[in-house]
Write a protein that binds this ligand. Structure first.
Ligand SMILES: [Zn+2]
Length: 95
C-alpha cells in the first residue's frame, strides 16, 4: 500500500460523495407513531412496536400520558420495554 493507492481511494470516495446517491443514512421513517405522549418514536411493528390495551398502558403512563383514545395504544420498542419492566413489579400481571 503506497501513497498512490491511498490517494486513489480517496479520490474515489470524493467522487462518490458528489454523485446523486449522496444521501447518507436517512432517518427511519415509519407509519405508526408511539402513543406515549412524550415519546414520539416510530412504533411500526417491524421495528419492535407493540400494541397494548389502553388500560394496561395507562397503568404506567397515565391516561394523560397517552395520545391514543382508542382501546388499544401502539408503543415503540423502548416504551414497551419500559412498560414490561414496570409491569414486572406487578404480581397481578405475571401470576
Ligand atoms: Zn415510545
Amino acid at each position: 500500500m503506497g501513497f498512490k493507492s491511498r490517494a486513489k481511494k480517496k479520490q474515489k470516495e470524493a467522487s462518490d460523495a458528489k454523485g446523486p446517491s449522496v444521501k447518507i443514512k436517512e432517518e427511519y421513517s415509519g407509519e405508526v407513531r408511539c402513543d406515549v405522549a412524550d415519546c414520539g418514536n416510530w412504533a411500526d411493528k417491524k421495528i419492535g412496536g407493540r400494541k397494548l390495551a389502553f388500560d394496561r398502558a395507562a397503568d404506567i403512563w397515565g391516561e394523560d400520558g397517552l395520545l391514543g383514545s382508542s382501546r388499544r395504544v401502539t408503543v415503540c420498542k423502548s416504551c414497551y420495554k419500559e412498560w414490561k419492566k414496570a409491569k414486572k413489579d406487578d404480581p397481578n400481571e405475571w401470576g
